[in-house]
Design a protein around this ligand. Structure first.
Ligand code: SF4
Ligand code: MG
Length: 327
């Protein structure tokens, strides 16, 4: 297994008390596999990724339990300089906002080239040539001419391609992309997502795709892990999730995707808001918003029930949820 997150806990100190951002998350990604991590903002999906990458804001954040095994080695036990070597060379991250992730006063050629100078000991000239190659590879037109331009001179979609080029420069085994297309318009979103999927295939990387939008991952993900209030509430192969979700929260997310065949119909929205992480509701954290909630849900935290060999749901009533979905 390339990456295995085991029973991870992360908390943040806030003015209102301790925010329990990640509460016992386990997931894994193999080489060549794409895992989509889905959830609303504040569900803990980005914080989990930051803990995996070792870029958590500490303090106020802190990993309070669990393991992050990368090729069998626990990254949480490594010293920061060893961690930094893993980051970039073995795993890399792509962020939503390329403009603030890129350095505004360096040309894209210098930023891309720096990866090869620092990590591969290349000359500046050779590194520049590699930068052009990379830009070509992520299909930035006229790469040789544009290599001397600054980030602000590129469109949002092109900047996101530059981010992807930076992330894959050293051919890492794992890429984590956090809402990589959220800031882009729909057509460009699809192109960038396709590019990511293609590179993942070619390079045989593991890919973790973090998103709040179930619509964008359908064609690219192998498996989905749905997060709510810092926990995984459902995990399954992507097709099973679309066919018949086994958790009412997943059902809600699915029903809130705009669909062409539902034109004119009002879009469903899950009622209420995600919980305050300093005061997560007792029992099933989703119960205040759940259309199926009943007494036991208010008192008993559902474990991750085994739905089938490769499927889990943290709902006491997953069976009726599946039945209702397939009806
Ligand atoms: Fe809804 Fe209860 Fe299932 Fe939670 S355990 S998702 S409240 S039915
Ligand atoms: Mg986020």
């Amino acid at each position: 297994m390339l990456l295995e997150v085991r029973d991870l806990y992360v908390e943040f100190r806030t003015r209102d008390g301790v925010a329990k951002a990640v509460n016992g998350v386990s997931y894994s990604v193999d080489a060549g596999e794409t895992l989509a991590v889905l959830g609303e903002s504040g569900s803990g999906k980005s914080v989990t990724a930051q803990a995996v990458m070792g870029i958590l804001d500490t303090p106020p954040g802190r990993v309070s339990g669990g393991e992050v095994l990368f090729r069998g080695r626990d990254l949480l036990a490594l010293k920061e300089d060893a961690r930094r070597t893993v980051r970039g060379a073995e795993m890399a991250m792509i962020f939503q906002d390329a403009l603030s992730a890129l350095n505004p006063v360096l040309t894209v050629g210098d930023q891309l080239g720096e990866m090869f100078v620092v990590h591969r000991g290349m000359s500046k000239k050779a590194a520049r040539a590699r930068a052009v190659e990379l830009m070509d590879r992520v299909r930035i037109p006229a790469a040789a001419e544009r290599v001397g331009q600054y980030p602000h001179q590129f469109s949002g979609g092109m900047r996101q391609r530059i981010m992807i080029a930076m992330a894959m420069a050293l051919e890492p085994a794992l890429i984590i992309a956090d809402e990589p297309t959220t800031a882009l318009d729909v057509t460009v979103q699809a192109q960038v997502m396709e590019l990511l999927a293609e590179l993942r295939r070619e390079l045989g990387m593991g890919l973790i795709l973090i998103t709040h939008d179930l619509g964008v991952v359908a064609d690219v993900a192998d498996r989905i892990a749905v997060m709510y209030a810092g926990r995984i509430v459902e995990t399954a192969p992507v097709h099973d999730i679309y066919k018949a979700p086994a958790h009412p929260y997943t059902r809600g997310l699915l029903d809130s995707i705009p669909r062409l065949d539902h034109k004119g119909r009002e879009l469903y929205a899950i009622k209420g808001l995600p919980p305050n992480l300093t005061a997560i509701p007792p029992g099933c954290p989703f119960h205040p918003r759940c259309p199926r909630a009943r007494d036991v849900c208010r008192t008993d935290l559902p474990p991750l029930y085994r739905v089938s060999q490769d499927r889990r749901s943290a709902c006491h009533f997953w069976e009726e949820t599946v039945d209702a979905s397939s009806a």
